[in-house]
Write a protein that binds this ligand. Structure first.
Ligand SMILES: *[C@@H]1O[C@H](CO)[C@@H](O)[C@H](O)[C@H]1NC(C)=O
Ligand SMILES: *[C@@H]1O[C@H](CO)[C@@H](O)[C@H](O)[C@H]1NC(C)=O
Length: 861
């Protein structure tokens, strides 16, 4: 049944897809570096995998790498240079025990290093999953040996290597957020004997992503405490939803918390949590899963901001966002916000509401500060029962933490951001800019910046040969900064900038990369360091104005000479740096358009039927529009010399040719020249760089590449010929076919022969644009439910369950109403025609019947 209509849904899908593409991604990376296009340092060891735990010690110049059953120390300046290694395997007996509990002996019952922290000057603190029996040890830095202490790792390190966790070492004490038992049912935030309650209001299936300490200011007026913050996603208690609704959270505990004396014994008395908000205001799109956090620490914590990467729980639409938050706001929420309170309604239904009643003193959940000391409370052990009982029942704050500017700093479609680091860079204009480095689940790094609410992705860098998640991302602090990324397959070290890859002034400046500046003296794009800041011949413009460059580029490109014989075709390559630029090819200073003679394939120019007349210079130009200004750059210049006798060239327009493109040779005929003529004139661009002023128009059609067509004086390029007339006929033909096709789709859609996307469209058109999706979904659902009900009521044994694919539903529904009609036999006949004999689009006679059943079904169901 689907077979016959195969063509149309596919085409319809394509059209819808194109439409969706036209809604467009607001930001695309300006430059893309594929794997191997820039040099990176790599580290991996044969037989070892899962390099997901990294620790940087810049004083020692070492990067520590925790992998599966091994720990390495590699040079920070070049990770491919290994200094030390130590293996930490699980004894076979333990592996067998683990396997006996139903875990995989080959993968899960191994020792995945999950925690690597500086313990003191001589040793590191290391924990591994140790075949589902988390275990910790100390690693001597000098000789790189494990001390064999085998401490209990429960509550510090996860049991399951696939579980998310977080930990931070603060003044020699480990704070961790992880699973506490083998089954994974108990989760804790823990510091030695102090932990969270096992209660849903405290933690509800959390997935921990990050934790860190924020130190109190030295001259703090309120005598506050250092605080440890935790970031995680958990199942909400405060929203009622028909499935588990996730919420991103920030929680904090105070460093000098020792638990309560009677209530909350060995539990945090300072655990409070709040919701983080990251929403796109104009579409109300909610990013409710937090994936990673980076805290940009400042000497005064009140100026500290942190960056979070978010995705959505409904991951069928891949969208990611970066939101920034103000630490002062977080602390305000914890110290002044209202508490949430659970209330039981009839039928023991629990609802969470804002608590507006009396709050005991000292304020529940706050650190011991001067205010508490004034009440004679000098330690959490002295807190009154009222305060403790209150915080035990009210760990959730009602007020959320809103992002700075009330909107994301970056939103990107079709990616899943899972890691982030941020660098605050001082640019030549003496302002500081926050450069975000975001890692995706497919091994890409995006380097992005937000200029006054304008999102700009400077570069996309592929750091692994095959797509795999960036599991850990670190940034060094030195003068020449590096990024370190850990993954299943290895560790990669990448510089934060690739300035030297920008060969022209315009490209260097339009990159809008605060790390890079154009040195006008020796004409290079350089990575600026602190000392360079004072050099006067450096140029940078982060607003995207490259006006200073304009005169230089034209002269600087020398032409590449090609001597060829008259033959089938010639390919001239052009590799523009920027993906935001459009490519134009010129021959003898005239813009070339695509026709039977010329084709532009992936920016390269193909010339067919090469003859002596084709000798001359070919220029590849790019046009990049930044903030309404056009930048034209000469990327490549060829001088083509066609030699040898000018014999008749054998390529006829219909003869097939083979072109080598990418990894496969494709054979096609050159008769499909009609496709180039589908253009509409949109705007006129004046060229001001060229000596001979050629005016041309930019042309574009929806979702097809843009061609540039000369308006004046096209003669020299291609003479109007029979070929061109053929083009026109072909075009007319194509337009007719398209129209016919659209009519066919329209008709089929109106008649409901097509699946849901079309039905939505139809409903939209027919119902004068009243909320299409919702109505449809609801009505479809109702119809289905009703049909199932009727069907089961009538105990009709031959029934197929209410279908889930398009029009079959209607047949089933027709089935359901049989007992209500006076002539069941006839209807059954009709129904059988449809469900067995397929919906026949060609047979006119069938159409009214379908419609009839359809109407009946609707009135009934
Ligand atoms: C953070 O909040 C504090 C206090 O409200 C304010 O002074 C500061 O400017 C804010 N910082 C940012 C980056 O918004
Ligand atoms: C370990 O690495 C392998 C690939 O080498 C991957 O398939 C697996 O999921 C990784 N396991 C964990 C727990 O990271």
């Amino acid at each position: 049944m689907m077979r016959r209509l195969n063509m149309t849904p596919v085409m319809l899908y394509m059209i819808l897809h194109l439409l969706q593409a036209a809604w467009s991604d607001p930001v695309i990376p300006r430059v893309v570096w594929k794997y191997g296009e820039v040099s990176l340092f790599k580290f991996s060891q044969t037989g070892v995998s899962n390099y997901s735990t990294l620790l940087l010690n810049e004083d020692r110049g070492v990067l520590y790498v925790g992998a599966r059953e091994a720990i390495f120390a590699v040079k920070m300046s070049n990770v491919s240079y290994k200094k030390y290694e130590v293996y930490w395997k699980v004894p076979e007996k333990k592996q067998k025990e683990c396997a006996a509990k139903g875990k995989s002996q080959e993968t899960e019952c191994l020792n995945y290093i999950r925690i690597l922290h500086e313990f003191n000057n001589e040793s590191l603190y290391v924990c591994g999953t140790y075949a589902f029996q988390p275990t910790c040890d100390y690693l001597s830095v000098k000789d790189f040996t494990l001390q064999g202490k085998k401490e209990e790792g429960k509550g510090k390190c996860p049991f399951d290597p696939a579980q998310r966790y977080t930990s931070v070492m603060v003044d020699g004490e480990l704070y961790s957020g992880t699973v506490y038992n083998f089954l994974g049912s108990e989760t804790v935030i823990l510091r030695s004997h102090l932990r969270t309650e096992y209660a849903i209001p405290w933690l509800n299936e959390p997935s921990f992503v990050y934790s860190d300490v924020i130190r109190e200011n030295d001259n703090s007026l309120d005598g506050g405490d250092d605080k440890v913050y935790f970031f995680f996603t958990e199942v909400s208690v405060e929203y009622e939803f028909n499935s588990k609704l996730l919420v991103p959270r920030v929680a904090r505990v105070c460093k000098s918390d020792h638990g309560g004396s009677r209530i909350l014994q060995k539990r945090w008395t300072s655990f409070l949590k709040a919701k983080l908000i990251c929403t796109l205001p104009e579409s109300n799109f909610i990013f409710n899963v937090i994936q990673d956090v980076f805290i940009l620490k400042t000497p005064n914590w009140k100026e500290t901001v942190f960056y979070g990467v978010f995705t959505s729980q409904w991951s069928n639409l891949e969208v990611s966002a970066v939101c920034t938050f103000n630490m002062s706001n977080v602390e305000d929420v914890f110290s002044e916000g209202k508490y949430m309170q659970s209330a039981t309604f009839e039928h023991s239904h629990v609802k969470w509401v804002r608590y507006n009643g009396q709050i005991p003193m000292p304020r529940p959940g706050s650190c011991i500060n001067n205010e508490a000391r004034a009440l004679n409370v000098n330690s959490s052990l002295m807190l009154p029962d009222k305060t403790l009982q209150f915080v035990k029942d009210h760990p959730l704050i009602a007020d959320p933490v809103k992002p700075i500017g009330n909107r994301p700093k970056l939103v990107k479609k079709n990616v899943n951001y899972i890691q982030i680091v941020v660098d605050r860079v001082r640019a030549l204009d003496n302002n500081s800019y926050d450069v975000m480095f975001v890692g995706t689940d497919k091994g890409l790094l995006h380097k992005a910046i937000n200029y006054n609410n304008e999102m700009h992705i400077i570069e996309e860098l592929q750091i692994f040969p095959d797509p795999e998640p960036v599991q850990t991302l670190l940034l060094s602090k030195g003068d020449k900064k590096y990024l370190y990324a850990g993954s299943h397959s290895g560790v990669v070290q990448a510089p934060v900038a690739f300035c030297e890859k920008y060969k022209t002034c315009t490209d260097c400046i339009l990159a809008r990369d605060p790390y890079c500046a154009w040195n006008s003296q020796n004409k290079t794009c350089i990575w600026i360091t602190k000392d360079d800041n004072y050099m006067s011949n450096l140029m940078q413009n982060l607003h995207g104005s490259a006006a200073v460059c304009r005169t230089e580029d034209v002269e600087s490109t020398s032409s590449e000479e090609h001597k060829v014989e008259p033959r089938g075709f010639q390919e001239l390559k052009c590799l523009p740096v920027s993906r935001l630029a459009k490519v134009i090819w010129m021959f003898k200073n005239k813009t070339l358009s695509e026709n039977s003679k010329y084709r532009i394939v992936q920016n390269n120019l193909l010339i067919f039927s090469v003859t002596k007349e084709d000798s001359g210079t070919y220029d590849c130009w790019t046009v990049e529009t930044v903030k309404g200004r056009l930048y034209k750059q000469l990327v490549k210049k060829y001088s083509l010399i066609v030699e040898g006798q000018s014999k008749v060239v054998t390529t006829s327009p219909t003869a097939p040719f083979t072109k080598m493109e990418g990894n496969s040779a494709t054979t096609q005929t050159s008769t499909d020249k009609g496709r180039t003529s589908l253009h509409t004139v949109t705007s006129q661009i004046q060229t001001d760089v060229l000596t001979s002023t050629v005016s041309y128009t930019s042309t574009s059609t929806l979702a097809t590449p843009t061609f540039l067509v000369p308006v004046a004086d096209t003669k020299a390029v291609s003479e109007p010929s029979t070929a061109e007339r053929n083009d026109r006929i072909l075009l007319t033909f194509l337009v007719l076919i398209t129209l016919l096709f659209l009519m066919l789709v329209g008709y089929n859609c109106y008649m409901k022969y097509l699946p849901s996307p079309c039905l939505k469209l139809r409903l939209y058109v027919v119902s004068d644009g009243k909320k299409p999706e919702f109505d449809y979904d609801v009505s479809e659902e109702l119809v289905k439910q009703q049909c199932v009900k009727i069907n089961s009521d009538n105990q009709n044994s031959e029934q197929i369950a209410a279908g889930d694919k398009g029009y079959e539903t209607e047949s089933d529904c027709g089935n359901g109403k049989i007992p209500n009609t006076e002539k069941p036999q006839e209807l059954k006949q009709i129904q059988e025609n449809h469900s067995i004999g397929s919906v026949d689009t060609e047979k006119d006679a069938d159409i009214p019947d379908i419609k009839f059943i359809d109407e009946e079904a609707q009135s009934l169901c």
